[in-house]
Structure formats: C-alpha cells, structure tokens
Design a protein. Structure first.
Length: 199
C-alpha cells in the first residue's frame, strides 16, 4: 500500500487553478485543501429536522397541455366549403340545393390525369366563349379503398385535382365559383362550376 505524499504549495496553487475551471460533478460546498474534514457524522439515533408539510397538488398539473397528435389533411370538399362565396348569394343557395340545372357537362371518367387536364381546360374556356354560366364537371368518386392494402392511398386523383386546376391559370380567370354537386347531379363525384361573364 502506497502512502500519499503532501502536495507542495506550488502544486496546491496549480491544483486550485485547474479546479476553478472544471465543473463539479456533484455540487458541494468548496473546501480548502489543507482543511481537515468536518467533525464526526451525526449518529443514527439523532432525528432529522422535520420537513415542511407538502402543499396539496394534482398529478400532472404543471405538465404542458397535450396537442392533437392526429391532424388529418383536408379533403377537396372541405376546402370548397370553406371558400368564400363570390357569386350571388341567392343563386348560390339555389345551386347548393340542386335547383339550377347545368347548361353543359364534361365527364372525365377513365381519363389519365394529363388527358383530363387538357380536356377540362378546353371545355371550360369553350363554355365561357359560348356564354354559358353553369357547367358540371364529373370526376367520379375514385376507386374504393382496398381494406387489404398495406399502404393507405388517396381515393380519386381527378376528384382531388379538378378543383385545383379550376383555381389555377388559365382557368382561374374564367371560373367564379366551384362547389360540390347536389346528389341529383352526381353528388360527391361531380362539381358545379359557375363561370364569369366574358368581357
């Protein structure tokens, strides 16, 4: 067993300089190097000082409020329901109830996305040139979801894309309002498109 030697004064000074730059692992009151350890530890028979009584509390009262973890993306119909009404309010109410009959219609069933986009642009601009005000765009509801498909897929690509196409150039200048169709005109599988007057 080796005996520890006492540090010389210059070694003690060097040690203090190093100790000042280090972060302690456990916070303890600093003690001088040459000081002997504190007196004897209290015996077990001595009672510890009484603690302050705990104030009443509820579990989790200081925790942050939980946020909603599942945020589902909005559907095309949700976006259309939230859109402001730009056409006459009475005419819009009649339109929603299926009281207005479309003057022309296009059926995009079975078309690819590229072909459907081109056909829709041609149809809307042609209908506006002919002076029509209300047309029906039939997209279909899309394929039913496969319950055995391991990966969820969006239903109806054309149903999702058509309202976006109608709000983008070159169609945005021709379209005044887009709304989901009434049940008698196709319901979820079609959209009413109310056109601006051509100037």
């Amino acid at each position: 067993m080796t005996r520890r030697r006492k540090l010389r004064p210059e070694e003690q000074e060097l040690w203090r300089q190093v100790a000042r730059t280090a972060d302690p692992l456990h916070k303890r009151p600093a003690k001088k190097m040459s000081e002997p350890e504190a007196g004897p530890k209290p015996l077990l028979s001595q009672k510890p000082a009484p603690r302050d009584p705990l104030s009443p509390f509820a579990l989790g009262e200081r925790s942050l409020p939980r946020t909603q973890t599942h945020v589902f993306p909005k559907t095309s119909s949700d976006h259309l329901h939230e859109a402001p009404v730009r056409m006459d309010a009475k005419a819009f109410t009649r339109l929603k109830r299926g009281k207005l009959d479309p003057e022309s219609r296009i059926d995009l069933h079975g078309m690819t996305v590229d072909r459907a986009h081109g056909a829709l642009i041609h149809f809307i601009l042609n209908a506006q040139a002919r002076g029509l005000r209300l047309v029906l765009v039939i997209t279909g509801k899309g394929q039913r979801e496969d319950p055995y498909d391991p990966m969820p897929r969006r239903r109806g690509v054309l149903k999702t894309q058509a309202p976006m196409w109608l709000q983008m150039p070159p169609l945005s200048s021709a379209v005044l309002q887009v709304s989901p169709a009434h049940r008698k005109h196709g319901g979820d599988g079609a959209y009413y498109v109310y056109l601006r007057r051509r100037r």
